[in-house]
Design a protein around this ligand. Structure first.
Ligand SMILES: Cc1ncc(COP(=O)(O)O)c(C=O)c1O
Length: 445
C-alpha cells in the first residue's frame, strides 16, 4: 500500500466517533484499527494480519469478503438501490423469506424483516403482545426473560434481558416483566463440553412465575437457546424441552432468540433443530447476511401469522415495521450467504468440528486464572478470575495483548474470553487460536 493510501486509512482524530460498548478513552489511547478482511483474517492499516476468532461479533459465519456475497451486493446496488416494503415490495424479500422459512423447523413459515438483532427482539415481543390481543387474550401483557439473557439494546430487549449494566442506567424499562433464573452454576457445571447435565430443572421456575402472576397475564417467554453475550452458557440438558412443555400447558408463547445461534453456529440452521424444540417465534440477525449488510428478523409459526389475517382485507394487520425492513441489498447479501452455507455445507461442517473444537479449548484448563471453560457448536468461552484491580481489568489486558501482540481478535465480556470463529475455520487454525489464546492468558496473568 502506498504511504498516501495508508495515511488515508489511519484517521488523525478519533474524538468524534462515540464508540458503542467500548471504553472510549482507553481505546483512543491505543486503538485497534481494522481496514481489510479476507476469509479468516483481518488486516490492520499497517498491514498486520489478525486471525479472526470471533466472526466479528458472531456475524461472519461464511468468513470475510467472500466473493459470491460481495458480487451479489455489488450487482444489487447497481440494479435496485432501495424500494419500500410498506404497501409495495421487491421480489427478493419474498424469495428470501421463503428460503429462511424452508430452513426453519416445523411450521415456522412466515418471516418479518428488520435490521438488527435488537429490532428482531423488540419485534418478536410486540408480535407476542399483539397476538394475544387479536386472539382475545389481551390480559396477557407480561413478558418473561431470563437472568444473564441478552436481547439487544432496545427498551424491550433490555427489559427482558438480564444484564445489570445494560439496564440500570435506563429508567424503569417495560413494566410487567419477570425473569427466570440463569442456567449457569459453576459448581455444578465447570468444564463441561456441550450441554451440562445439571440444570434442566431450572425451567420449573416458570411454573413459579405462573403461580405468582397467573397464566392469564403472561404473553411470552424469551430465551437464548445458548446465552452468548454473557459468556456462552449452553442450555442444560432437557431445559428447553421443559420450557416448551410449560408454555404449552399455559398458552404462553415461547420465543427463541437465535440472533447468535441461527445460521450454523451450533451445527444446525437453528438451535431449535439441535434441541428438537419448536418455539413459536425465532429471532435472527448477524449470520443471516454473514454480517455483510445489516438485517434481522422474526420467523413465526403459522398459527401466529394466521391469527392476524382476519378482518377487512384492505386493513393493515400489524402496525409495526421499519423503513428498511427487507432492504434489497440485505436480501441480496443474505441469498448469496445462504447459497454459500448450503454449497459449502458449513452448518454440517460446524457440527463435525465441534468435538475437535471442544477438545482443543479444554487443553487451556490449568493455565493461570482459568476458572471455567465452556463450549457448544463452534462457540467457546473461558472465564478468567478477575485481577486485584477489579472486574474487567484482566479481560481488557487480554484484549490488548491478543490484538497487538498475538495477532488474534477475541471477544472479551468482562473477564470472559469468547471464541466464535467463522464456520470456515480449519483444524490448523483451531490449533493457532488455542495457541494464541494460551499466550494471551499467560500474558494477562
Ligand atoms: C442473542 C442476541 N440478541 C440480540 C442481539 C442484538 O443484536 P444487534 O446488536 O444486532 O442489535 C444480540 C447481539 O449480540 C444477541 O446476541
Amino acid at each position: 500500500m502506498s504511504a498516501a493510501a495508508q495515511r488515508a486509512e489511519i484517521p488523525n482524530d478519533l474524538a468524534a466517533f462515540w464508540m458503542p460498548f467500548t471504553p472510549n478513552r482507553a481505546f483512543k489511547k491505543r486503538p485497534r484499527l481494522i481496514s481489510r478482511a479476507k476469509d479468516m483474517h483481518y488486516t490492520t492499516p499497517e498491514g498486520r494480519q489478525i486471525l479472526d476468532a470471533t466472526a466479528a461479533l458472531w456475524c461472519c459465519n461464511a468468513g470475510h469478503n467472500r466473493s459470491r456475497i460481495v458480487e451479489a451486493i455489488q450487482r444489487q446496488a447497481a440494479e435496485l438501490d432501495f424500494a419500500p416494503n410498506f404497501q409495495f415490495a421487491h421480489p427478493l424479500a419474498f424469495q428470501l423469506a421463503s428460503r429462511i422459512a424452508a430452513l426453519a423447523p416445523a411450521d415456522l413459515d412466515h418471516v418479518f424483516f428488520c435490521n438488527s438483532g435488537s429490532e428482531a427482539c423488540d419485534s418478536a415481543l410486540k408480535i407476542a403482545l399483539a397476538y394475544q390481543n387479536v386472539r382475545g387474550q389481551g390480559s396477557r401483557i407480561r413478558l418473561i426473560g431470563r437472568e444473564r439473557g441478552y436481547h439487544g439494546t432496545g427498551f424491550g430487549g433490555i427489559s427482558v434481558g438480564g444484564m445489570s449494566s445494560n439496564r440500570k442506567f435506563f429508567g424503569s424499562l417495560l413494566s410487567g416483566v419477570d425473569h427466570l433464573p440463569s442456567t449457569y452454576n459453576r459448581e455444578q457445571q465447570a468444564f463441561t463440553k456441550g450441554e451440562p447435565e445439571w440444570g434442566g430443572h431450572l425451567a420449573d421456575a416458570l411454573e413459579s412465575i405462573v403461580t405468582l402472576h397467573d397464566a392469564s397475564t403472561i404473553a411470552a417467554v424469551i430465551v437464548e437457546p445458548m446465552a452468548g453475550s454473557t459468556g456462552v452458557l449452553p442450555a442444560p440438558k432437557g431445559y428447553l424441552q421443559k420450557l416448551r412443555a410449560i408454555c404449552d400447558k399455559y398458552g404462553i408463547l415461547l420465543i427463541f432468540d437465535e440472533v447468535i445461534t441461527g445460521f450454523g453456529r451450533l451445527g444446525f440452521a437453528f438451535a431449535a433443530e439441535r434441541y428438537g424444540v419448536v418455539p413459536d417465534m425465532i429471532t435472527f440477525a448477524k449470520g443471516v447476511t454473514s454480517g455483510t449488510v445489516p438485517m434481522g428478523g422474526v420467523i413465526v409459526r403459522k398459527h401466529v401469522y394466521e391469527a392476524f389475517m382476519k378482518g377487512p382485507e384492505h386493513a393493515i394487520e400489524l402496525f409495526h415495521g421499519y423503513t428498511y425492513s427487507g432492504h434489497p441489498l440485505a436480501c441480496a447479501a443474505s441469498l448469496a450467504a445462504l447459497d454459500v452455507y448450503r454449497d459449502e455445507k458449513l452448518f454440517e461442517r460446524a457440527h463435525a468440528l465441534e468435538p475437535k473444537w471442544c477438545d482443543a479449548l479444554m487443553t487451556l484448563k490449568g493455565l493461570p486464572n482459568v476458572a471455567d471453560i465452556r463450549c457448544v457448536g463452534l462457540t467457546g468461552a473461558i472465564d478468567l478470575a478477575p485481577s486485584a484491580a477489579g472486574p474487567g481489568e484482566r479481560g481488557y489486558a487480554a484484549l490488548e495483548y491478543s490484538f497487538h501482540e498475538a495477532g488474534i481478535m477475541l471477544r472479551l465480556s468482562g473477564d470472559t474470553i469468547e471464541l466464535t470463529p467463522p464456520l470456515v475455520v480449519s483444524e490448523d487454525q483451531i490449533g493457532e487460536i488455542v495457541d494464541k489464546v494460551g499466550r494471551t492468558i499467560k500474558a494477562a496473568a
